[in-house]
Structures are given as structure tokens and as C-alpha cells.
Design a protein. Structure first.
Length: 165
């Protein structure tokens, strides 16, 4: 009896078995990937907390309109040292702030009104009213969002004054 044909038949059988095994493993990997993708693409709604929604600034002045021109959104993170008064300034368009840490007391120069905003609170800034912010006993970090116009500064110092930032 010749063993060579028997050995070749066994080798072919093993080779076919190995190909089937590799194919099955490949399909299992693809299937697992599809399950992962399907799970990652699950649609769900998020939870929202409205931090600020207003038609007027913190001092009660109503917003009248948005400026005309090419819209430009600007978001700034402003850090103010403890016991620091920013220079008097105005803003030419609506904007809002959110105090991340510390506290900020805003003063309106004409009316004398003031308001203190603490960490975790949002506020609506004034438009064209001269005002400034004063920090408390710790550094104050504020995120400011401006709905402005391209080419227009977000903050304008009073005549002869220093810039806010």
C-alpha cells in the first residue's frame, strides 16, 4: 500500500478544515464589529439645562436688534486676578458670560447698578452701556460668548481708557 496518496488526502482535508475555520473566525470578527457599530450609533436625546435665555441685559436694558453684516461668533475664556477691576468699556452687540470659578461683580457706570455673579451662573451683558467687572477674593474665570459681526471688536474701551483684554 502506498502511503503517499493517503497522506495527501489527509493534508487536503486539513487544509480545507483550516480554511473553513479561518473563514468562520473572519465572519465572527465582522459580526462583532457590526454589533459594536450598531451600538455606537444608537440614537438618544440629551438633557439640557437652559443657563440663560433673555431679551435684556443684567441691568434691565432691552436688546433691540442684532447688528447687520457677516455674523461672527466669538467665545473667549477670560481670567481675572483677585481684587481686580477691569477698565470701563462697552460691547457693540449682545453677548453673554458664564462664571467658571470665582465671582464677578459688574458695575454700570451711568446708573450705578451692580450685580454679583458667582461660579456656575450665567449673565447677559449690556450693549453700548459703559460698565466693568470686578473680581473677588480669588481668581475669576469667565467664558464669554459674543454674537457679533466680522471686523467689529467684541469690547470697546471708553475714550482714553485701556482695553478690557
Amino acid at each position: 500500500m502506498k502511503l503517499r496518496p493517503v497522506i495527501q488526502a489527509v493534508e487536503r482535508s486539513c487544509d480545507i478544515g483550516m480554511r473553513i475555520k479561518k473563514s468562520l473566525i473572519g465572519w465572527m470578527v465582522v459580526g462583532a464589529g457590526l454589533v459594536t457599530i450598531a451600538q455606537a450609533q444608537r440614537e438618544a436625546t440629551g438633557h439640557r439645562d437652559i443657563l440663560l435665555q433673555t431679551e435684556q441685559s443684567w441691568n434691565g436694558t432691552k436688546y433691540t436688534h442684532y447688528p447687520t453684516g457677516t455674523p461672527q461668533l466669538t467665545v473667549l475664556k477670560l481670567t481675572i486676578a483677585p481684587h481686580t477691576a477691569l477698565p470701563w468699556h462697552t460691547h457693540p452687540f449682545p453677548n453673554s458670560g458664564y462664571v467658571l470659578s470665582g465671582e464677578l461683580t459688574i458695575h454700570d457706570r451711568e446708573s450705578g447698578k451692580s450685580r454679583t455673579i458667582h461660579a456656575g451662573e450665567a449673565f447677559a451683558e449690556t450693549v453700548n452701556d459703559v460698565h466693568r467687572g470686578v473680581s473677588g477674593d480669588t481668581p475669576t474665570v469667565v467664558v464669554l460668548t459674543y454674537a457679533g459681526v466680522a471686523g467689529t471688536p467684541t469690547s470697546i474701551p471708553v475714550k482714553g481708557g485701556r482695553p478690557e483684554y
